[in-house]
Design a protein around this ligand. Structure first.
Ligand code: CDP
Length: 234
């Protein structure tokens, strides 16, 4: 059997409805919300600020840190509150996805903290979180070479699809999930993970789809940043 029509009626290369807003947490240096369909991520950036524990302080560069958490009420199944192996992994890959566009040598001895919380989860939370975190860093005025945009592509049955929902990830014939993050201006891929199996050809096709999707995501991110300043000028 093939997956000929997506459960939610989207085209195979179509991302879910996107929504972005920056400056949602006034006390933070920068903050943002990014929604992809029913997946909602909020991110807050604090710093550059004094780094603790102090042995982590580096005279050559600042340290980017991230805490990602999927909040218990974000999923319908029971989810134990607090950190897990999964949240530790996602926190780590979020730092790895964002660090390449920052010049941390400007922030010696200090730390930049990113907090990413998922308030509603329907697959693709690491990608929504990275999109929100990238916006929050920009909102905090941290110099960046590019915004990072992120989406998961995957294979359901024999079809390559973009931005999978949880229902799609749980397809009875199995699904492969390939989260990608990139700077669309530089073309630099900063996150590439895969859960499942795909051939080289399928990965190439999926990456092409991811690039196109990330270009659309970036437009939404840029608009959110511009909207904040439009509001401020009113
Ligand atoms: O969220 P993402 O796709 O980046 O990572 P995942 O580990 O592949 O999780 C896929 C989805 O499973 C999440 O987005 C949630 O919708 C769901 N999930 C859950 O319901 N309970 C958990 N403890 C972890 C994930």
């Amino acid at each position: 059997m093939t997956y000929s029509k997506r459960f939610d009626g989207r085209k195979f290369d179509e991302v879910r409805e996107l929504e972005a807003k920056v400056g949602i947490i006034k006390r933070a240096a920068g903050s943002a919300m990014f929604r992809m369909g029913k997946t909602v991520a909020i991110a807050a950036v604090y710093g550059p600020r004094e780094l603790f524990p102090s042995f982590l302080q580096d005279p050559k560069k600042g340290k980017l840190k991230c805490i990602y958490d999927l909040l218990s009420f974000s999923v319908t199944e029971r989810k134990r509150p607090g950190p897990s192996r999964r949240s530790t992994e996602i926190s780590m890959v979020t730092v790895d996805a964002l660090e390449p566009v920052l010049d941390l040598s400007k922030f010696a001895y200090t730390g930049i903290d990113i907090y990413v919380y998922i308030t509603q989860a329907d697959a693709g939370t690491r990608t929504a979180g990275i999109n929100a975190a990238s916006l929050a860093l920009a909102d905090a005025g941290i110099p960046m070479k590019d915004l990072i945009s992120s989406v998961a592509v995957g294979k359901i049955s024999d079809k390559i699809c973009v931005d999978l929902t949880k229902e799609e990830e749980d397809h009875p014939e199995g699904a492969t999930d390939l989260p990608v993050a990139m700077g669309t201006r530089t073309g630099q891929v900063t996150l590439l993970q895969m859960d499942g199996n795909m051939s080289q050809e399928e990965i190439k096709e999926a990456l092409k789809m991811a690039k196109k999707a990330c270009e659309g995501i970036k437009e939404v991110q840029v608009k959110a940043l511009k909207d904040k300043y439009k509001e401020a000028l009113k």
